[in-house]
Design a protein around this ligand. Structure first.
Ligand code: MN
Length: 297
């Protein structure tokens, strides 16, 4: 099943063709602030699943193509992200900061944006802003110190995620936390729809050019390990998001580009890039030249 948010805060479920509004079933309204209805829906999903499936079967809903999709979990307890998590990207960045040695970092939750929202480039002359093609893991069940062998029980589902990044030496959190720097969507696909979490293909294009492709079998820290490691330090809550790290092929995006991310079995988003007027500050005043280190393109 697909869980989604649409049209200014409605919560819906979809079979890929129609959307049925289940806001009332998860005790929320579009006006709720903060918008955490979907966090409750994710928490309560095991008990609501049969009722949700019945709703999807019996109601007409509206065509999926007719709604304006929003980022599915706009207010998670946290947005966790793993750094370099594919060996090819490690080579490209000449990085020794692999995910198995570095652990995770956090991005600001407010950097989350949806499939209909553009990436707004900050007004930072002399800086490159890069795309990173990633799969988002959505946590379903609260847990701390989750064993690797139990980790998939805590995984609710998946979404596409672009980890937008200003290249430079400054704090990673700041370089990755600008508004609109974490497009997530177009919805959450529940974990049962993905046959094998160790064999998920993803691709990212800028305009018509294929820039990145990867398969989760090539992750340095795999999906259960990412959940287990994160939970060793911090309690994971329903709706928490984990960005799994990027493969090689990162590169700059510019005003007027369109970034397309597609993950097999999950979905596809086409995100326009626009130049913003905001974002300048003394921290990023000095130009930075990004140099690709490895043989990867
Ligand atoms: Mn990343």
């Amino acid at each position: 099943m697909k869980l989604l948010r649409y049209n200014d805060g409605h919560i819906g479920i979809s079979d890929g063709t129609k959307v049925v509004d289940v806001s009332a079933l998860c005790s929320t309204s579009a006006a709720e602030w903060p918008p955490v209805g979907i966090n409750r829906l994710i928490r309560d999903y095991p008990t609501l699943k049969a009722a949700l499936e019945a709703e999807l079967r019996s109601r007409d809903g509206v065509p999926l193509a007719s709604v304006r999709l929003q980022t599915p979990v706009p207010w998670p307890n946290k947005l966790i992200a793993y750094p370099v998590n594919y060996h090819d990207h490690a080579t490209e960045m000449a990085s020794r900061g692999l995910a198995n040695l570095q652990g995770f970092f956090l991005k600001a939750n407010s950097s989350l944006s949806g499939p209909a929202d553009p990436i707004e480039l900050p007004a930072l002359p002399g800086r490159e802003v890069h795309h990173e093609c990633e799969i988002a893991l959505v946590i379903g069940k609260q847990g701390r110190q989750i064993a690797v062998e139990d980790a998939l029980d805590h995984l609710f589902g998946y979404a596409c995620l672009i980890d937008v990044t200003i290249r430079g030496k400054e704090e990673r959190v700041m370089r990755k936390s600008y508004d609109s720097f974490t497009p997530v969507g177009p919805w959450i696909v529940t974990a049962d729809e993905i046959a094998d979490p160790f064999d998920i293909n993803m691709r990212l294009w800028v305009n018509d050019e294929l820039r990145q492709q990867a398969n989760t079998r090539d992750l340095i820290v795999n999906i259960p390990q990412m959940i287990s490691i994160a939970s060793s330090a911090t309690t994971l809550y329903p709706g928490d998001l984990i960005a799994a790290g990027t493969p090689a092929g990162v590169g700059p995006i510019w005003d007027g580009d369109v970034v397309t991310i597609e993950i097999d079995g999950v979905g596809r988003m086409r995100i326009p890039v626009v130049a913003g007027k905001r974002g300048a500050n003394p921290v990023f005043a000095k130009p930075y030249e990004f140099k690709r280190a490895g043989p990867s393109s």
